[in-house]
Each structure stands twice: as structure tokens, then as C-alpha cells.
Design a protein around this ligand. Structure first.
Ligand SMILES: Nc1ncnc2c1ncn2[C@@H]1O[C@H](COP(=O)(O)OP(=O)(O)OP(=O)(O)O)[C@@H](O)[C@H]1O
Ligand SMILES: [Mg+2]
Length: 270
């Protein structure tokens, strides 16, 4: 099940929220950093970890075809159990224009025959080389927004954009939902939901300390899991997984051929 997260503009916390949700996801999951502006997680949560693999090499392998396209080889563990894994994003955003997002989206939509979900951080909706193929193919698209008037206005425009053919999910607006970061500053979830015209799947409270662990690799401390952001992420992850599963069930196109489970290369998967 592929779930896309994106923002309108600014930096409301898409990457931080994707990590928070991924770490509390109810099923095995890959957090895929597809932001064409480049990946942040290795330099942040990964504390400057350098690693081979990741989106750039996956895309290169896919262009070449062949067995090097296996997704597994490009993933890193996000937690000790390995239930949550990371597809690190681009080190160099200039590479974004070479990525075949269609092929990648097809592969990410059915990782391990659907046994593994994918939370795709797609970055800002209007960015150059935005992975629209991913939002089109996703079971659910989450617009991440703050709760100020200007954030909600920008998010409403993003929802309108997702309603237009060519960017939004193929199965229609029902799959679009919003996630509010730092609700009550000043608008609440309900007001933002009304302004955007989509359901709100959850809210992640302002929690600068826990957010810094995820976005900048600050030390987690023993009580990290009990702080406000991870706690809210657990309930939001459960709701989002349910929402996406319900949308996915609406999809099920009987004529679509099965997509290769874990590969993006080799000429299959589209
Ligand atoms: N729930 C939160 N509470 C407090 N601060 C947060 C929260 N979520 C994110 N932040 C902070 O907001 C800043 C931006 O977060 P993040 O990088 O996740 O945004 P983004 O939307 O992915 O931005 P970009 O479009 O630049 O990739 C970071 O400093 C992060 O710590
Ligand atoms: Mg980001």
C-alpha cells in the first residue's frame, strides 16, 4: 500500500511527520524519501550517516534494468527491529530530473506483494520534478499543513491541485486527506478540515524536542516514546493505515497486471 505525503509550501513538517508515522506504523513499512529537493533523513535522524544505496542508486539501477533494481538493497533500518526501513532520498537534487517516477511508483505500490506499506515523502506539491506519478498511484495522499491561516490557505490550494487530473490520486478526491501539524495555532482540526474540504486523518502536536530528534538527530532520551509527538503519531498512523486500506479496497482494478514485488528494474513493474 503506497501512501504519499506532500505539502503546499513552507516546511510544515512532512519529513518529520513521515518519520514519526513510520516509526509507529502498524505494519512493516518503508519511509521513502522522494522529495525532488533532496533527502534530509540521513543528515538528520541518521546523524550524518553516509550510506550507499538510496533513491539515486535505485533509480539508476532501474534505468539499467536487471537485478540491481531490487528495492531491498537500497533500504536502511529505521528501528532496531527492521519493521520500519528507509529509502534514503537524493543527495543531489539535480538527479531528480532523471528519475522515472512512473516506474518507481509502480514498484513502491506493491512492495513484497503488498506485505510492506510505503510512506512516501514527496515534498512540496508544486516543486519542479514533483513525483506526480506517486501521488496518482497512491492509495491515499496526505496534505501536511500547519494551522495558521496562511498555511491553511496554501493547503487548500494544494487540495484543489490534487483534484485536477494528472496530479491527484487516480481513484479521486476521496483518497485525499490532511494531517495538521501543531493544531490550534490558531485553527483546530475541524476548521482546517472545513477549509480544505477533505477529512483530517490526524494531528501531530507542536513538540519541538521530539521533532528535533526526528528532523535533526537530537539525542532521543529514555522518555522519547512517551512524549506528545510520538504518542499522537501512534494514533494517527493507525487511522491513516485504515483510511488508506479502505481506499485501496476501492481501487482493486481487476485488469491491472501484477507488479513485480520488490524490483523496479528488469522491464517489469509497469
Ligand atoms: N510536530 C512538530 N513540532 C515541532 N516542530 C516540528 C514538528 N514537526 C516538524 N517540526 C520542525 O519543523 C522543521 C521542518 O520540519 P521538516 O523538515 O519535517 O519539514 P518539511 O515539510 O519536510 O520541509 P521541506 O519542505 O523543507 O522538506 C524542523 O525543524 C522540525 O523539527
Ligand atoms: Mg522534507
Amino acid at each position: 500500500m503506497l501512501i504519499a505525503l506532500c505539502s503546499a509550501k513552507g516546511a510544515p513538517g512532512v519529513t518529520t511527520s513521515a518519520l514519526a508515522l513510520g516509526l509507529s506504523w502498524p505494519r512493516p513499512v518503508v519511509v521513502a524519501e522522494l522529495d525532488p529537493a533532496g533527502g534530509d533523513v540521513l543528515a538528520g535522524y541518521g546523524r550524518a550517516e553516509t550510506a550507499g544505496g538510496g533513491l539515486a542508486e535505485l533509480a539508476l539501477a532501474a534505468r539499467r534494468g536487471g537485478p540491481a533494481g531490487h528495492l531491498d538493497e537500497h533500504l536502511l533500518r529505521l528501528d532496531t527491529s527492521g519493521r520500519a526501513r528507509l529509502l534514503p532520498g537524493l543527495g543531489d537534487p539535480a538527479v531528480a530530473r532523471h528519475i522515472d517516477w512512473e516506474r518507481l511508483a509502480a514498484a513502491l505500490a506493491s512492495v513484497e506483494d503488498g506485505a510492506v506499506d510505503v510512506l512516501a515523502d514527496c515534498g512540496r506539491l508544486r516543486a519542479e520534478h514533483f513525483p506526480a506519478a506517486v501521488t496518482q498511484r497512491a492509495a491515499a495522499v496526505v496534505v501536511v499543513t500547519g494551522s495558521t491561516l496562511r498555511a491553511a490557505r496554501a493547503a487548500a490550494l494544494a487540495v484543489a491541485e490534487l483534484r485536477r487530473e494528472g496530479t491527484g490520486p487516480a481513484q479521486g478526491t476521496a483518497a485525499v486527506t490532511a494531517l495538521v501539524v501543531a493544531p490550534g495555532e490558531p485553527y483546530g482540526e475541524k476548521e482546517i478540515g472545513q477549509a480544505l474540504g477533505v477529512p483530517i486523518v490526524g494531528a501531530l502536536p507542536r513538540d519541538a524536542k521530539a521533532a528535533a530528534v526526528l528532523s535533526d538527530g537530537a539525542p532521543a532520551g529514555r522518555l522519547f516514546g512517551q512524549s506528545a509527538l510520538p504518542r499522537a503519531a501512534r494514533s494517527t498512523a493507525a487511522r491513516l493505515a485504515d483510511h488508506a486500506a479502505a481506499q485501496q479496497a476501492r481501487l482493486t482494478p481487476p485488469t491491472t497486471p501484477a507488479v513485480s514485488a520488490t524490483t523496479v528494474g528488469g522491464g517489469r513493474g509497469r
